[in-house]
Ligand binder design. Structure first.
Ligand code: ITT
Length: 199
C-alpha cells in the first residue's frame, strides 16, 4: 500500500522549537490538523543519530509511538563550507542548554576567523520525516545555499537566521518577510519533496 497523507488528518508536529513549529504550521496549514508535541507533553528524545535524516526519523518515530498518531519532525542545521560543514547536526547544541544563538553565531564567526579563510558560503539543511505509529516512515531533505554576514541582521526569524543571506537576495533570513523565507527555505524545499511523495 502506498503511504498517503489524507487532507484533514491530525499530525503531531514533533518539535520543541517554537520558530520551527511556526514554519511547519505555515507549510501544513489548511491541509492538516496540527498538534504540537509540546502541547501533548511529549518528551524530547536524545538526538543520537549522525545525520539530519537519521535524527528526523528518530524524532518522528518517537512522537508517533508515544502519541499513537502520525507525526512529522524536522531535523535541520547550518553548515559552513570553511568549517567543513560544522555546526551541521550540532547546530542546536552550539547554542548550549540556554539556547543562546547570539553565542552560537559568535562561535561561528570566531571559528571562521581562526581558519583565515574568506569563504563565507554556507547552507541550511532540513530533513523532514513523517512516521506512522505502526512503523512506516518517509524522510526527505531540502537545502538552501547562501553567504554568512557578520554582524547578524534582523530579528524576524530564529536560530542562525540573522547571519544567513540566501543566494539571489540581499536580506538575511532574519530581515525577510516570514512568507518569503517560507517560500524559499530549506524547510520549504524539503516540504515540496514531501508533497510529491505523500500528498
Ligand atoms: P527540535 O529538535 O525539538 O525540533 P531543535 O531546535 O533542537 O528543535 P534541531 O535539533 O533540528 O532542532 O536543531 C536545529 C538548529 O538549527 C535549530 O535550533 C536552529 O538553531 C538551527 N536552524 C534550523 N533551521 C533554521 C532556520 O530556518 N533558521 C535559523 N536557524 C535554523
Amino acid at each position: 500500500m502506498p503511504l498517503i497523507l489524507q487532507p484533514g488528518t491530525t499530525l503531531i508536529a514533533a518539535t520543541h522549537n517554537p520558530g520551527k513549529a511556526r514554519e511547519l504550521v505555515a507549510l501544513l496549514d489548511g491541509r492538516f490538523e496540527i498538534i504540537a508535541a509540546g502541547a501533548l507533553g511529549l518528551p524530547e528524545p536524545d538526538e543520537t543519530e549522525t545525520t539530519f535524516t537519521g535524527n528526523a526519523l528518530l524524532k518522528a518515530r518517537h512522537a508517533a509511538l508515544l502519541s499513537g498518531r502520525i507525526a512529522i519532525a524536522d531535523d535541520s542545521g547550518l553548515s559552513v563550507a570553511a568549517l567543513d560543514g560544522s555546526p551541521g547536526i550540532f547546530s542546536a547544541r552550539w547554542a548550549g542548554p540556554t539556547k543562546d544563538f547570539a553565542a552560537a553565531m559568535a562561535k561561528v564567526e570566531e571559528r571562521l576567523i581562526e581558519t583565515g579563510s574568506d569563504d563565507r558560503s554556507a547552507w541550511f539543511t532540513s530533513a523532514l520525516a513523517v512516521a506512522w505509529p505502526d512503523g512506516p516512515a518517509v524522510v526527505v531533505e531540502g537545502r538552501v545555499d547562501g553567504q554568512l554576514v557578520f554582524p547578524g541582521r534582523g530579528d524576524r526569524g530564529f536560530g542562525y537566521d540573522p547571519i544567513f543571506v540566501p543566494d539571489g537576495y540581499s536580506q538575511t533570513f532574519g530581515e525577510m518577510d516570514p512568507a518569503r523565507k517560507d517560500a524559499l527555505s530549506h524547510r520549504a524545499r524539503a516540504f515540496d519533496k514531501l508533497k510529491a511523495a505523500l500528498f
